[in-house]
Design a protein around this ligand. Structure first.
Ligand code: MN
Length: 453
């Protein structure tokens, strides 16, 4: 069981999927450059031993490839959807314990100073350094715990910009506190085990307790310790914990920041996080991640949760679903689904289900036959080219709830949804696929899969 970040790093070392960068690297673009490169080549996670001006190492690109998401949940490509759904269906609430490693060092008052952390500047025109892998944890008397990763802009040693917008859950928590005229206590943890990290990415209702889903995946409760200065509990094995609050009515200009659609976003007025304490492990490890053009940690961490929830929904109306792929190029907005149709219009049935699972809204839903591997963009495009007539097979739903930050949307969070039925016409004869006997077994000396051996 991976109990903390260090367990996960050890696992990645064993698999040869964590590489140390011994040369000094700047927190301004240097760390991000490494993460960008490894993200683009499906490379390893990076462990920066020496970040200039920093007293601690920095890990980057932890989830920049799908294989590390799957290893993080101690699963396999074949079983990841089932493992994911099992945790969602059978949550185990977290357990409060008295003490934990995240309390080895406690800094309050003037000692609580964000300049102690190697907060990185990522994209060229970002407004400054941003914490990008902080789990923001808040409580609401009715909604329960919320865990979310938000971008956090470093304003000064004691304050962060905290982008929190409705109807995202953290926006709802802050809105509720603001309506009561009260500050919202928030803890931000950095450097967590994969279960508590990835539970932040599960879409669902505001009542959903993400930490209980982490418990469901683990088969035992996540252990939490109470914060020193606020009424919030945090995962005991966190490397670093920032305790603070968001004051009602306070807004400051935040952004720009290179965001998940691949473009700069901002500038907007956003709430402010005021630091009250920092606690951390002895020899803490800082974690950062990149977002921007696909594919990065930010995309990968969303892909499997969306795929698993949509797969589970579709399986109930179409047990002959083969696979669901939130595509690498689609920045979590596009999904391709393969099925073996068993009646006419079933592809459209599946299409509509994919368009309305929880509050997941894809901009493009493609449904193919099960002879198409939807993880291969060439095969999906082949189906689009040869099994689609746009006047019959395309469905458009105007003005639907959409993702934030789509630069082509006229109104934020409002977009048109397109479904494409790329299955062969049901029940009618269709052209036969040309194939060559013996091709798979044919050996070309010195070559394997497109590369010299
Ligand atoms: Mn939530």
């Amino acid at each position: 069981m991976l109990k903390d970040l260090r367990d996960f790093l050890r696992l990645l070392e064993e698999k040869g999927d964590l590489v140390h960068i011994a040369e000094p690297v700047s927190p301004r673009f240097g760390v991000a450059a490494g993460i960008r490169k490894t993200s683009d080549i499906h490379g390893p996670a990076l462990y920066f031993d020496h970040v200039e001006g920093a007293s601690m190492p920095v890990v980057g690109g932890l989830y920049a490839d799908r294989r590390r998401f799957i290893w993080g949940l101690e699963s396999s490509p074949e079983e990841i959807f089932d493992k994911f759904i099992q945790g969602v269906r059978h949550p185990i609430p977290p357990r409060l314990v008295a003490d934990g490693p995240c309390k080895e060092v406690v800094l309050t008052g003037r000692d609580a100073d964000l300049s102690r952390l190697p907060i990185c500047t990522h994209n060229r025109k970002d407004a400054g350094p941003f914490i990008t892998m902080g789990l923001a944890i808040a409580r609401h008397p009715e909604y329960g715990n919320n865990v979310a990763i938000s971008r956090l802009q470093l304003f000064d040693d004691q304050t962060l910009g905290f982008r929190s917008v409705l109807p995202q859950h953290m926006g709802m928590y802050y809105d509720a506190a603001e309506q009561r005229g009260e500050p919202l206590p928030v803890a931000v943890t950095i450097g967590n085990d994969p279960y508590t990290t990835l539970c932040s990415q599960v879409p669902g209702s505001v009542y959903l307790d993400e930490l209980a889903i982490a418990g469901g995946w683990m088969g035992e409760p996540v252990e939490l310790v109470p914060c020193e200065t606020i009424d919030v509990a945090v995962p005991a094995t966190s490397e670093i914990v920032l305790e603070g609050e968001m004051v009602p009515g306070e807004r400051r200009v935040e952004g720009p920041f290179g965001e998940f659609p691949g473009y700069y976003h901002g500038v907007t007025e956003q709430p402010v996080f005021r630091l009250k304490a920092i606690t951390h492990r002895r020899d803490p490890i800082y974690v950062t991640a990149l977002t921007g053009p696909p594919n990065t940690d930010n995309h990968v961490m969303r892909q499997v949760p969306l795929e698993a929830l949509v797969y589970d929904r579709i399986r109930q109306i179409c047990p002959t679903v083969r696979d669901v792929c939130v595509t690498d190029g689609g920045v979590t907005m596009h999904v391709a689904i393969s099925i073996r149709p068993t009646f006419a219009t079933q592809a459209r049935d599946v299409m509509l289900a994919a368009m309305s699972t929880e509050r997941i809204r894809f901009k493009l839903v493609v449904v193919t036959d099960d002879d198409v591997d939807v993880r291969d963009p060439v095969q999906v495009e082949w189906a689009l080219a040869t099994r689609v007539q746009a006047d019959e097979d395309v469905v458009i739903l105007p003005r639907q709830y959409g993702a934030p930050l789509d630069p082509s949307a006229h109104t934020p969070r409002v977009w048109a949804v397109m479904g494409i039925d790329a299955t062969r016409p049901y029940g009618r004869p269709f052209a036969e696929i040309a194939d060559v006997p013996g091709a798979d077994e044919f050996v070309i000396p010195g070559w394997t899969d497109g590369a010299r051996r």
